[in-house]
Design a protein around this ligand. Structure first.
Ligand code: ARG
Length: 295
C-alpha cells in the first residue's frame, strides 16, 4: 500500500470532530444526455437516454429539501446551458482543510477526464474565488474531484479511485496539498467508473462497498480502515447505483429508492433511511452522492 505519511488532525491542533455543513448543488435546468461517456447513458436499443426535464427538476427539488430539513446550508452554482452534466457537483472540486492556509476550507480543482466535461470546472473555480476560498490546480490529471476522492469521516485519510477517470499519479500530487494519507484504490469494472459508485463512507468504522468493482489488493487495503464493510448487491449497484448513497451525519442514509435489497440491509444495521427518487439522473450514470458536493 502506498502510505504517504499520516498527519492526523490532533497533531495539527485541529478540531477533532469534522461535520458536513454545506451542500453545493447545480440546478438541473440544462441537464440532459447530450453524449455518452459512461455505460449508463445509452439505452439497449442504441439511442442515448432521454431525460424528462420536469421530473428531473422535481427529483432534484426533493433531494435538496432533505438537505434543508437536515439543517444543512444549501449553496448553488448557477447552471450553464453548455454543460449538461454540471448537475453532478461531486466531480469538479475536492474540498480540504488547507495546511498551507491555516486549515481554512480550500478546494482542489478537477482536471476532467473527458473533453465533454472539461468546461465545467471554471464555473466552480469562479464560485469559490468569489467567496474568498482558495483554489488549487494540480499539475497532473485527469482528476475528477469527489467522484474519485473520498475522505474518511475524520478527514485523516483520502481514498482515491483510479483506473477510469482519475489517473493513479494524481495521488502523489494531491498529497502535497492535503498532507494526509492517500490510499489509492484500483477500479476494474466500467459500470463503476468513479469511486463514489462503489465505495460509500458511512462513518468512522463503516463503509458500503461493491466488491466486484475493485482489484484484490485494493479490497485488502480497505480492511484495515473499516471494521464493517457492508456489501452492496452487485445487480442493484449496477442498475440503480445503490452505492452512490450519502450519509451526512453517520446515521442518516440517502439512497435511490429502487435499491430495495440495499435499503433492507442498511436498515438491519440500524441506519435511518431516506429513500429518494433519482431515476432521471441514473440515466446519466449518477445518483444521490454525485448530485452534491458536501463540505
Ligand atoms: N454523466 C456523468 C459522467 O459520466 C455522470 C457523473 C456521475 N458522477 C459521479 N460522481 N459518479 O461524468
Amino acid at each position: 500500500m502506498l502510505d504517504f505519511g499520516q498527519t492526523d488532525c490532533q497533531s495539527m491542533g485541529m478540531d477533532k470532530k469534522l461535520e458536513i455543513q454545506n451542500i453545493l448543488m447545480v440546478p438541473p435546468t440544462y441537464f440532459k444526455i447530450g453524449y455518452e461517456i459512461n455505460p449508463f447513458m445509452r439505452k439497449v436499443d442504441g439511442e442515448l437516454n432521454v431525460v424528462n426535464e420536469r421530473i428531473a427538476q422535481q427529483q432534484w427539488n426533493a433531494l435538496q429539501q432533505i438537505y434543508f430539513d437536515l439543517g444543512l446550508n444549501i449553496l448553488q452554482v448557477p447552471p450553464s446551458e453548455m454543460h449538461p452534466d454540471m448537475v453532478f457537483t461531486a466531480n469538479q472540486l475536492l474540498p480540504f482543510k488547507d495546511p498551507k492556509n491555516n486549515f481554512e476550507q480550500s478546494f482542489i480543482l478537477s482536471h476532467m477526464a473527458t473533453a465533454e466535461r472539461a468546461g465545467e470546472v471554471i464555473f466552480f473555480k469562479n464560485w469559490a474565488s468569489e467567496r474568498g476560498y482558495k483554489t488549487y490546480q494540480l499539475n497532473i490529471g485527469p482528476f475528477e474531484g469527489m467522484g474519485d476522492a473520498l475522505w474518511s469521516s475524520d478527514e485523516s485519510v483520502l481514498f482515491l479511485g483510479h483506473g477510469y477517470r482519475t489517473h493513479f499519479d494524481v495521488a502523489i500530487e494531491l498529497e502535497k496539498y492535503v498532507q494526509k494519507n492517500i490510499v489509492p484504490l484500483k477500479l476494474i469494472s466500467p459500470y463503476f467508473y468513479h469511486l463514489d459508485t462503489c465505495l460509500a463512507i458511512i462513518n468512522k468504522d463503516t463503509c458500503a462497498i461493491v466488491k466486484e468493482a475493485f482489484d484484490e489488493s485494493s479490497l485488502q487495503k480497505l480492511d484495515s480502515y473499516f471494521k464493517t464493510k457492508i456489501e452492496i448487491p452487485f445487480d442493484e449497484a449496477k442498475k440503480f447505483l445503490a452505492c452512490n448513497l450519502f450519509c451526512p451525519d453517520g446515521k442518516t442514509i440517502l439512497i435511490e429508492k429502487q435499491c430495495t435489497q440495499t435499503i433492507n440491509r442498511l436498515s438491519d444495521f440500524g441506519f435511518d433511511i431516506k429513500a429518494v427518487d433519482t431515476a432521471e439522473f441514473l440515466k446519466s450514470g449518477g445518483s444521490v452522492f454525485c448530485l452534491k458536493l458536501a463540505f
